[in-house]
Design a protein around this ligand. Structure first.
Ligand code: EPU
Length: 336
């Protein structure tokens, strides 16, 4: 079934709880319905909205918003050491993590409690605690409205990078992701190298899948605001990648500045949260918006904020970090 809404209120469809509207919004359950949906509603201006956990609306959307609602999860292949799992785009990401943990399938436990739907996971290659969705994705299925075709892209063609993929670049606003297939391991392979994860997992009794999941959930809950209570979109900025030489120079001035390895040759990743904290903006408030007091990477709607207010705060944060460190931090959230 396709469910269509005119002049749709988006406030319950974005985690910042911003009150904007879309001219048209259509929810679909089956991929077969997509050709009809695009024929009926026109293809002039459209975009996909999953759970709205990484989108900031700064104005009403004058086009069609398409929301995948299929929630099927199935095992599509069993190998001696691994299992292939296919999930439709409308599945809640954390439900899929729980589903895999319950079946003793390793690979996505570090990505527990990341808000959002499965269809959004490959787009920004969601990541946490040293693991990225791209590490476990084997292929992505999509509908291409301009040709009316379905397409399956193998992971090696998805150009996964740090919070990046082909879906944010070449295929941006060109495809509707309908399902994602993952390859998970039956062999225990705990990845506990990041921050407090090892200590927290040990305190729960050791590195079982369930304990790792619980540790990640409790660390996230202690730092990140609950979107049901406080509007936010997780990390608002990406961690900036700089040349090693530039990082060394910064380190001489700020010896306690955290540096992380990154895939790019000769480069390191800095912690945007640390930079924002150091320029004194952690816990900063301005009208209806603020910087979260426990994690400076997160901008929050303190109640009744507009998207423009959040955007203005983001610009102010970027300006101060640039002034303090000479570094440009990019937004991770999609701004519409
Ligand atoms: N830090 C501060 N002050 C702050 C925040 C952080 O000094 O207010 C310091 C921390 O002490 C730490 C460093 O900065 O030394 C890094 O902070 P943290 O460990 O909290 O992780 P992050 O790099 O800020 C990234 C992801 C998160 C993910 C965590 C854990 C990005 C943009 N963010 O944050 O992802 O949960 O690592 O793996 O890469 C998200 O994308 O929405 C998200 C929450």
């Amino acid at each position: 079934m396709i469910r269509c809404y005119e002049n749709a209120d988006l406030s319950s469809r974005n985690s910042f709880h911003i009150r904007q509207r879309a001219k048209r919004l259509a929810e679909f359950d089956n991929t077969d319905q997509l050709p009809e949906l695009f024929e009926r509603w026109g293809m002039v201006r459209w975009r996909v909205l999953g759970g709205g956990n990484n989108t900031l609306f700064t104005h009403d959307y004058d086009g069609l918003i398409v929301t995948p609602c299929g929630t099927g999860v199935e095992v599509t292949g069993e190998q001696p050491y691994s299992v292939t799992v296919r999930a439709e785009a409308g599945v809640e990401w954390d439900d899929l993590v729980q589903w895999c943990v319950d079946r003793e399938l390793w690979g996505m436990e570090n990505l527990s409690l990341i808000p959002g739907k499965v269809g959004a996971a490959p787009v920004q290659n969601i990541g946490a605690y040293g693991v990225e969705a791209g590490d476990v994705i084997s292929s992505v299925e999509m509908y291409v409205p301009s040709s009316g075709n379905m397409l399956t892209l193998a992971a090696e063609h998805c150009a996964f990078g740090y919070r990046d993929s082909i879906f944010k670049n070449m295929l941006k606003d060109e495809v509707v992701i309908t399902a994602v297939t993952f390859e998970l391991s039956r062999i225990p392979s705990p990845k506990l190298g990041y921050g407090d994860l090892l200590r927290c997992t040990q305190s729960l009794g050791g590195p079982s899948l369930q304990n790792i999941r619980e540790a990640v959930c409790s660390i996230r809950r202690s730092k990140l605001p609950d979107t049901a209570v406080t509007g936010n979109a997780g990390s608002f900025f990406k961690n900036p990648v700089v040349k090693e030489s530039a990082a060394e120079e910064l380190r001489t001035k700020w010896p306690d500045m955290p540096l992380y390895p990154c895939q790019e040759e000769g480069c390191v990743k800095l912690a945007a949260g640390w930079l924002i904290d150091k320029v004194g903006m952690k816990g900063y408030r301005s009208g209806n918006v603020g910087v979260h007091e426990k994690q400076a990477l997160v901008l929050v709607n303190l109640g009744g904020a507009t998207g423009v207010e959040v955007l203005e705060l983001a610009r102010e944060v970027q300006r101060r970090v640039k002034e303090g460190f000479g570094i440009e931090i990019e937004t991770e959230v999609n701004i519409l």
